[in-house]
Design a protein around this ligand. Structure first.
Ligand SMILES: [Zn+2]
Length: 399
């Protein structure tokens, strides 16, 4: 299938007007879609899919460190309400049907904001978990919750986890999520345990000093910036300007909705407000090319391939600058999102052009536009409502 769009963003520094995008499939047709801009689907480098419940949790903010919040959160209205639907028995087996349903809800949060790929930070699950998700949830990784709390949620000790990466996949850990001595000392411990390597992805880093940031740059490691969650829980965020100055590979994450923004676009909004000096094209690189590097993904997730596109995010053109345009993306503005050759979300009229597909789709209307989406997220809400006995609204869903 060939799509003629208004404009294409190949990479952060390569733009093409009126591109012809060859989508990898068997369909022989050309779709002319004017007033549109094509990107690759965005990558959310940090989420806890099963934690996507609202409103945010945290009665005693700001916290000196997030480890206190982790305990405090367990008494929150959100946590207790979610427990009615999925009661975590401590095993963190997310393949039980109710956990899987909540995690799928979190995956749809990402889908409706143009994210086709997400890193779901938690203990590794059986393949059936990843296979049940509507978007690509990365399964090649090793992790530790944090050096201070260890792998309380499942997994091996941190050094064992790092060894298991074989240097060929990311090792992901929350680090320096706070402003106190506990979190300030975590970086020294990371280094002394031999855990600062090229495949290390450090989540948060609020406590990092400029010297530590330079160490991270030198190691070629990555930092995931989660500004909304940081400001909300701790009242402070990563020294992002130093991280950019020293050319650290920075990526962006939403964290779960219990502490983070509505979705990745919500993160862009906050960043534009707090750090107007960071160019939108730089933010685009953080959620595409930089994320591919940090998460050890194949290059076709980093840039749009006009000759053989397996991934595509085609959205309304409301602003001529394609990066500014993306910063204000609305759920209704996604015309077509394709991930790993499968159309996942978009305007219904384009789904018809794909002919016979193996997936199930459902349909709904938003802002007067008919949309298709893979599988049926409205069923998730029906299931949750039936258990709770009342209707639960999630701000990250379009219905
Ligand atoms: Zn987190």
């Amino acid at each position: 299938m060939i799509i003629q769009a208004g404009q294409a963003v190949i990479t952060e520094n390569k733009l093409i007007r009126h591109p012809l995008i060859k989508l990898r499939n068997e369909v022989k047709t050309t779709l002319n879609i004017p007033d549109s801009i094509a990107y690759v689907p965005l990558i959310n480098s940090h989420d806890h899919l099963v934690g996507n419940w609202t409103p945010k949790a945290g009665e005693n903010r700001p916290y000196p460190n997030s480890h206190i919040w982790v305990e405090d959160m367990k008494g929150s209205q959100s946590f207790l309400e979610r427990n009615k639907f999925w009661l975590n028995d401590g095993t963190f087996d997310l393949n039980v049907p109710s956990a899987l349903t909540v995690a799928r809800l979190g995956a749809y949060k990402n889908l409706f904001s143009g994210c086709g790929i997400v890193q779901d930070h938690g203990p590794l699950q059986q393949d059936s978990y990843y296979d049940a998700m509507p978007i690509k949830v990365i399964k090649r990784y090793r992790q530790c919750h944090s050096l201070t709390l260890g792998n309380w949620w499942g997994g091996e000790p941190a050094q064992q986890e790092m060894w298991l990466t074989g240097g060929e996949m990311p090792f992901i850990v929350h680090l320096g999520e706070g402003t106190d001595d506990v979190t300030r000392q975590e970086f020294t411990r990371l280094k002394s345990e031999g855990l600062l390597k090229e495949n290390t992805l450090l989540i948060h880093g609020i406590a990092f000093t400029e010297d530590e940031i330079m160490d991270i740059a030198k190691a070629g490691a990555s930092i995931c910036w989660c500004p909304t969650s940081n400001y909300y829980l701790i009242g402070k965020t990563l020294d992002i300007l130093s991280a950019i100055k020293h050319k650290v590979n920075v990526v962006i994450g939403t964290d779960s909705a219990m502490s983070g923004a509505k979705n990745l676009i919500g993160e862009f909004e906050l960043i534009r407000e707090k750090f107007p000096q960071i160019m939108p094209r730089e933010l685009y690189r953080m959620v595409t090319e930089n994320a591919v590097k940090a998460l050890y993904l194949p290059q076709h997730y980093a840039k749009l391939d006009l000759d053989d596109a397996q991934n595509l995010l085609l959205v309304d053109e409301n602003q001529t600058d394609p990066f500014e345009n993306l910063m204000n993306l609305e759920m209704s503005g996604i015309k077509l999102m394709v991930v790993d050759e499968i159309p996942l979300y978009g305007d219904s009229i384009y789904l018809e052009s794909f002919g016979d597909l193996h997936q199930d789709y459902s349909f709904f209307e938003i802002d007067g536009r008919k949309k298709f989406v893979v599988d049926n997220p409205q069923k998730i809400i029906e299931e949750i409502d039936a258990t709770l006995g009342y209707h639960k609204d999630f701000p990250f869903l379009p219905f």
